[in-house]
Design a protein around this ligand. Structure first.
Ligand SMILES: NC(=O)c1ccc[n+]([C@@H]2O[C@H](COP(=O)([O-])OP(=O)(O)OC[C@H]3O[C@@H](n4cnc5c(N)ncnc54)[C@H](O)[C@@H]3O)[C@@H](O)[C@H]2O)c1
Length: 330
């Protein structure tokens, strides 16, 4: 019996994979390496293929016995999703449909799913609890919400239980320094800031200086990827022990403004890199902070690495050791 980790060669998936294996869980990764890295999978078996390929999925499920699935695989660039909504629906919703169909055919009844704060859209309250209205403002968030709804109906019809984890801003790197964040293109603030500190970027652009926040820049909730990994392990355990489906926010409950991240990065790296002012980006809410009380109460989640210093120090260590990212680009 093993766990199928779809998207396990990516940033969050590879950290969760390591956590599952640390807890003695046998894992098999499925990834098409469109955005992931072979190196991040280490010695875990990797099934190289695409969730869009139903024949491949049938072969995977026929030749292994899975106790459950972790589903990280998705396209997740908000701007790109606005340009290419069909691609996003196909890769996110279409592939998840294929995965659920294969699970149903082969009697696999537990799935832990990577959802996102993007399902909330532009909420008026902070911190945001899970029962806040969902009103995504882009196709990426829409697909995440659609996948949650699909899993809801698949539970009713086929008994596939699910835990959907709505992450806020995943950040930081493996505490041992083996894994880190290497997206291409990179759109996340912390790697961009650290690339500027390494001299790989001319400057960091702060989009919007006039938000209704204390320093005028946007406030986000950064959650260390190791804390996300712990939550995935707890969610999987709950499902494998016969526990109920559920939807949980995963955030630190503390907002950090873009300028605060920049300042902390300057302190941690000791580099005074250049910072530029840019215009607001459409659809960027002023403040996004999670209420994560439900995950703490129901899953027993205990995030302990999500202070800005630890996030930036672990990420900096990885970026210094891997200035060009992973060596294997596929
Ligand atoms: N990183 C964040 O801050 C964040 C925040 C909220 C939600 N999420 C969600 O968490 C998940 C993981 O995010 P990440 O940052 O690790 O992304 P990532 O791009 O690093 O990882 C995704 C992995 O899935 C693989 N993949 C994509 N489509 C595939 C397909 N059709 N078949 C097989 N493999 C495929 C990619 O090759 C990659 O290895 C995504 O679903 C994302 O939407 C991420």
């Amino acid at each position: 019996m093993a766990i199928l980790v779809c998207g396990g060669a990516g940033y969050v998936g590879s950290h969760c994979l390591k956590e599952l294996e640390r807890n003695g869980v046998e894992c098999i990764v499925l990834d098409n390496l469109s955005r992931g890295h072979r190196e991040a999978v280490g010695t875990t078996p990797l099934l190289l293929g695409d969730l869009g390929d139903e024949a491949f999925l049938e072969e995977v499920f026929s030749s292994h016995t899975f106790e459950g699935v972790m589903h990280f695989a998705a396209s997740s660039l908000v701007g790109e999703s606005v340009q290419k909504p069909l691609d996003y629906y196909e890769n996110n919703l279409g592939c998840t449909m294929n995965l659920l169909k294969a699970m149903h055919r082969h009697g696999v009844s537990s799935i832990v799913f990577s959802s996102s704060a993007a399902v909330y859209g532009e909420p008026e309250i902070a911190p945001i609890p899970e029962d806040s209205p969902c009103s995504p403002t882009n196709p990426y968030g829409e697909t995440k919400l659609a996948m949650e709804r699909l899993m809801h109906w698949c539970e009713k019809a086929y008994g596939i239980r699910y835990i959907s984890l709505r992450y806020f801003n995943a950040a930081g790197a493996d505490l041992q320094g083996f894994l880190g964040e290497d997206h291409n293109p990179e759109t996340h603030l912390i790697p961009l800031v650290l690339q500027a500190a390494l001299g790989l970027r001319e400057a960091v652009t702060v989009f919007g200086q006039d938000y209704p926040t204390p320093d005028g820049s946007c406030i986000r909730d950064y959650i260390h990827v190791q804390d996300l990994a712990q939550a995935h392990w707890l969610a999987l355990k709950r499902l494998l022990e016969g526990g109920e489906s559920g939807i949980f926010n995963l955030g630190s409950q503390h907002g950090m403004s873009v300028l605060e991240i920049v300042e902390t990065a300057k302190q941690v790296t000791g580099v005074d890199f250049p910072v530029k002012a840019g215009p607001r980006r459409p659809g960027d809410p002023a403040v996004l902070i999670a209420s994560s009380e439900k995950a703490k109460k129901e899953l027993g989640w205990n995030p302990c690495y999500s202070d800005p210093q630890t996030i930036l120090a672990t990420a900096w260590r990885w970026h210094q050791a891997h200035p060009q990212g992973y060596q294997t680009k596929k």
